[in-house]
Ligand binder design. Sequence first.
Ligand code: 13P
Ligand code: SF4
Length: 350
Amino acid sequence: MERIVVTDVVAEARRALGERLLILAHHYQRDEIVEAADYRGDSLELSRRAAASDARWIVFCGVHFMAETAAVLAKEGQRVLIPREDAGCFLAHSIDYPSLMELWRVLSDVMDPDEEVIPVAYVNTTADVKAFVGEKGGACCTSSSAETVLRWAFSRRPRVLFVPDQYLGRNTARRLGIPEEEIVVWDPRFPDLDRERFARARLILWRGTCNVHVRFLPEDVRRVRRERPEAKVIVHPECRPEVVELADEVGSTSYIIKTVTTSPPGSVWAVGTEERLVSRLAKENPEVEVFSLAEVPPFCSYMSLTRPEDLGAILGGLLSGEERNVVEVPPEIREPARLSLERMLEITSK
Ligand code: 13P
Ligand code: SF4
């Protein structure tokens, strides 16, 4: 019953608001939400859609940092609304502006960070972290652009600070051939600087992880190899490096989708990423076999928060002239944060 009502609200909002309304959904959202959206995508695709749109209202079905990114990129007069304001992200919560400032201060004991270090932030961060990166000449990246942005960063300064996903950082560093002894990890909970190691480091990683992707273990890959030797293993780069090393393929959400959907009929895939995406891939591609790499497939609890009734409430509000859950970023944060995002969009458009 509920679902019918929500579908009606979506249809009515589309009729009444036309092109002034854009509904975006990340691939990890519930099926009912993805079906209601104008576009589904990974975080890079959705930020591009948001940036290119002229809609007055962008309803962002995803987690808060994604809607905030859209708000930072929004044009004058555009409004970004999020159905669930409490949809956070384990990675985004692992870092904030003051602790980043503290690291910069500590680094100045062994190097001149303003001259030598360029920061790169995964988009899974709050706007103030992106603002810090923008102010220091750095750029954002997504999982699909991490390698390109890291190459760009190393072409500008000798050292890179990559925040906050240590595994995405390390997995990408391995692809770039950066040796282990040139990589250090900064743990903000135990802010002790190993002066010698940091002085030598080319890549400084923040000790953050995604609680969903860390659930995939090397043992899962070994079990699949034993039980389903015909299966190929494909994983997201937020997974542990030990898992990535054993996998056949590694790539962002859009890479995983493209690889699985273009594989020959009869292919078998064990996928190491968020379960809503994995089960949708299985449902929409019956000519290939798709299953989770984990025995107990992990869901992103934050992505799961958005239910059809939450989207319905936002659209119902718009129909009655009320803007609910508007995501706002103060101008002093928005401007430098926008710089770091625009750099990413520019670097990845070449
Ligand atoms: P993508 O950049 O691949 O969309 O991933 C976002 C995310 O939150 C992965 O956990
Ligand atoms: Fe954040 Fe992980 Fe959820 Fe992605 S899957 S939104 S990184 S908590």
